[in-house]
Design a protein around this ligand. Sequence first.
Ligand SMILES: Cc1cc2nc3c(=O)[nH]c(=O)nc-3n(C[C@H](O)[C@H](O)[C@H](O)COP(=O)(O)OP(=O)(O)OC[C@H]3O[C@@H](n4cnc5c(N)ncnc54)[C@H](O)[C@@H]3O)c2cc1C
Length: 482
Amino acid sequence: MRIDAIAARLRAEIGADRVLSDRQQLRTYECDGLAHYKVIPALVVLAGSEEDVVATVRACAEAHVPFVARGSGTGLSGGALPHADGVLIVTSQLRTIVELRPEDERAVVQPGVINLQVTKAATPFGHYYAPDPSSQQICSIGGNVAENSGGAHCLKYGFTTNHVTGLRVVAPDGDLVELGGLAPDTPGYDLLGAFVGSEGTLGIATEVTVKLTRLPETVRTLLAAFASTDQAGAATSAIIAAGVVPAAIEMMDALSIEAAESAVHCNYPAGAGAVLIVELDGPSAEVEAQFTEVTALCEQAGAFEIRVAADDAERQLIWRGRKSAFAAVGRISPDYIVQDGVIPRTALPEVLRRINEVADEHGVRVANVFHAGDGNLHPLVLFDDGVPGEAERAETVSGAIIDLCIEHGGSITGEHGVGVDKARYMPRMFSDTDLETMHLVRCAFDPENLANPGKIFPTPRLCGERPGRHRGALDHEGAEVF
Ligand SMILES: Cc1cc2nc3c(=O)[nH]c(=O)nc-3n(C[C@H](O)[C@H](O)[C@H](O)COP(=O)(O)OP(=O)(O)OC[C@H]3O[C@@H](n4cnc5c(N)ncnc54)[C@H](O)[C@@H]3O)c2cc1C
């Protein structure tokens, strides 16, 4: 009933064509990139302006109805999974680059702007937007902010949080607030820092000020082939230990190479148990010196072939295999789980070995393609949903990988976020007190627990219900797990 009232109010305020309530239309939004969680929202609003977002959030706040923000829907942790009794606010039509200020190294963009579009707009001015998720052709800046997204080049340049200086945010009560601005830092508590990575639980970003980075003078890219992931892991540690900070160090194992070959024919060296893609950028003289050092370190670690991209076309070819890898895995397996965990770089060889052992124990294959320089693993756990028991075994292996990451002093997520999928792992990494403190931050922004409830925190809680402990709130009832 409350939803019907909200729908009627919003149709009058922002236009009927922006408010969807037909079940078939709602179904389009039932999941994000993590398609095995599905919830049909009660209502979808296609925001066409900041005012639309304000009007929708205010209507939700007044009716005590939960809302969930959605950008491009490419998230891999179920962060944009709708609430069955709530409103899904889609920001993908907010696609204007409001202001490009290369002289200040800033761009002001609406949240639905696609990541790569920022770079495309800034390139003629000698700049680009550094955070580069593999999904950068489709994911939105608003989603990047909410997930604190990373990418291959975040090893040197940092994650989204290092590239956002200002936000306009619709707070969960419908108020419009500004956090940060054009300047690199502002006095007082770092509320901007709290918002970046908050997965839609602190409000909805309606405008984002990002840093633009100057295009490097030189970029050199090499592909080194090794017999094993052990050797490639050792090369990674040696490069970093030598004090070189490449723009990127990416690793692919034999199974992910097989998938990429069958999808995009990237022609990586035959018989490789692992390849490393190492990219260096910066002033030419520095890059050349470091390139010689990196080549020598790869050889010392056992590289049996090193290919150096002679020009941009060859560089693109090397990257094509890596960038296509997630989707390419569909060529060698009908279904797969993309896991995302972090370990200290030095633990790479051991953890990769343990992942293989766990996979063998459960009769499941795991392809590894990841940001080796950051120790950010992306094991792809392969299974066939048509074979009884395989999905469950894949789920067990996927959970065991997360345990391995925690055991080795790492994290349950590197860049894909906690969302609905990993909320259950939070207590393995954080104490009750840690979670309580995080929850108090959330309560400061969203005392009614209306913004994306049921995400990040394992136990649904209500702000201030009981001093010290917070329990019982809007939960994720209605989420079907497929
Ligand atoms: C093939 C593939 C490759 C990927 N590679 C990478 C990678 O290399 N690195 C990486 O980090 N991620 C990667 N991802 C995951 C995903 O693309 C990122 O998490 C991305 O930032 C999500 O953006 P989106 O616009 O699709 O957000 P959505 O999926 O729509 O939403 C993600 C979260 O952001 C919230 N949100 C969306 N818009 C807003 C807003 N305006 N204000 C507040 N909250 C908002 C949602 O509520 C949700 O919690 C990959 C995904 C795919 C499918």
